[in-house]
Design a protein around this ligand. Structure first.
Ligand SMILES: [Zn+2]
Length: 469
């Protein structure tokens, strides 16, 4: 006896989208037929829009014709519900399968329409709602994987993005395209910048809420929700499926990959304090050192004890012997910082290394030129494909090393913003946390002891510049 001549029947409905779903059904059916040793004589694909709308299925009709004329005697489907959607269609098909001795194989589980048990199974399949739910969930999972592999997103549109419908030439919905949301994407970008500039999470949250932006749930931001949103790999254009990055997404990135990776490293740093302590209101609290004992100076708010008014002050939290009016100290320090940030070489303050930057940039462009030359040689037929591949494989890691060196030698872009002729203005607009980050990066401040009762003198605030690399 010859092996059965099988047909594959696949159908896609609007609930699971594009032609990709059909591709997947056919792949699975082909694999099953091969396993059975069946020869595939034809593939019938209907692309109907609705599950039970009664839309004509020309390929199904062609399949029935092929069965009636004996061209096929076996059928592979992804599931019985792909073949028939209504009980009456199923009964008709059972009758047909009976009359023509059709063997049926289904990827979703065996259904032998030639036996009473198989028919019962098929009928139960058609009528039990729970089963239907399971099937469509299986179908959806398959679909998700497929979409994931194709770099598409699924489900609710993520914060930072909008999904827009795409229409083909005849005005039929062909799919969706994701674009960045002008406001939400900016929230992600600016929160990322501020965090990388050293601002604590709670300060960034406070800024966002003060600006009236809302979290994805429509409520004010919390540290947890902001962290969740910022840690999404999709923000860097990466596609994740079941917790794994599986490739590039088909959507624009909101932050570039390097920035994203730096942010993740920072937010996941176990040394990072996660407690939401009270807001820092003293610019130099914990930063300025006591000139007498070297202990940390803390800020004390203005208060009144009896008739005596005490201005806001920095005091040594170790020896308690040094105390200075905070407004005066801040004024001196901020004046010096702004003056320094306004200087043309200020960019070098934030870890930038101009010499190393130049070297790394030259190196990277030299390697890029070599790669271009090789590509030209290949285009001209001077070298073969495998030769080009070997050259590229050798140069690519070198290029990555050079680029990594370049990134290392560049100052953080968030810090660069604060430098230049407009430093004073940027400084006034910066939050206290950002100011603290800058001060800590570029200087050490020591508050020298002075005799009791002596009035404030700027020379009591000793500023040392942190050595630049
Ligand atoms: Zn002290």
């Amino acid at each position: 006896m010859n092996p059965p001549t099988a047909a594959i029947y696949a159908r896609i409905s609007s609930d699971d989208g594009s032609a990709l779903g059909v591709t997947r059904q056919i792949e699975d059916c082909t694999a099953l037929a091969t396993k059975r040793g069946w020869a595939i004589s034809g593939t019938f694909v209907d692309n109907d829009v609705s599950a039970s709308s009664g839309v004509r299925r020309p390929e199904y009709e062609r399949l029935i014709e092929a069965i009636k004329t004996g061209k096929v005697n076996a059928l592979v489907v992804w599931d019985v519900d792909r073949l028939t959607r209504t009980p009456s269609e199923l009964e008709q098909f059972i009758g047909l399968a009976d009359a023509h001795q059709i063997a049926l194989a289904s990827v979703g589980g065996e259904v032998d329409l030639a036996t009473p048990q198989g028919r019962l199974t098929a009928r139960i399949k058609g009528s039990v709602a729970r089963h239907e739910v399971e099937q469509s969930s299986r179908r959806l999972k398959r679909k998700f994987l497929e979409r994931a592999e194709a770099g598409k997103s699924h489900g609710k549109v993520a914060y930072g993005y909008v999904r827009e419908p795409l229409f083909d030439d005849s005005g039929v919905l062909a799919g969706y395209v994701e674009r960045t949301h002008p406001v939400h994407a900016e929230v992600i970008r600016s929160a990322t910048d501020h965090l990388l500039a050293g601002e604590p999470l709670r300060a960034v949250v406070a800024t966002l809420n003060a600006a009236g932006t809302m979290s994805p749930s429509g409520k004010p931001w919390s540290g947890t929700t902001l962290r969740q949103v910022l840690l999404r790999e999709r923000n860097a254009g990466r596609r994740v499926h079941q917790g794994q990055v599986i490739g590039k997404g088909q959507w624009p990135a909101i932050v570039d990959e390097d920035t994203f990776d730096r942010l993740v490293a920072m937010l996941r740093d176990p040394r990072r304090r996660t407690n939401s302590g009270s807001e820092v209101v003293h610019l130099l609290s914990g930063i300025a050192k006591c000139g007498r004992c070297g202990g940390a100076m803390r800020g004390a708010p203005a208060n009144r004890t009896g008739n005596k008014r005490q201005p806001r002050a920095y005091f040594c939290a170790s020896c308690y012997k040094v105390r200075r009016k905070a407004d005066s100290v801040d004024e001196v320090v901020e004046g010096v910082v702004v003056a320094r940030l306004s200087r043309p070489d200020a960019v070098g303050l934030f870890g930038g290394n101009p010499d190393a930057m130049r070297r790394a940039r030259d190196e990277a462009s030299a390697i890029e030129s070599r790669m271009e030359i090789a590509a030209d040689q290949f285009a001209d037929g001077a070298i073969t494909g495998p030769q080009l591949e070997r050259i590229t494989a050798k140069l690519k890691p070198q290029l990555e090393v050079a680029r990594a060196r370049l990134r290392e030698s560049e100052p953080a872009p968030e810090m660069q913003e604060l430098t230049g002729p407009k430093a004073g203005e940027s400084w006034r607009q910066a939050t206290i946390d950002r100011k603290r980050a800058v001060i800590e990066a570029i200087m050490t401040i020591t508050i020298l002891p002075s005799g009791a009762g002596k009035s404030f003198d700027a020379s009591q605030v000793k500023i040392d510049w942190t050595a630049t690399r």
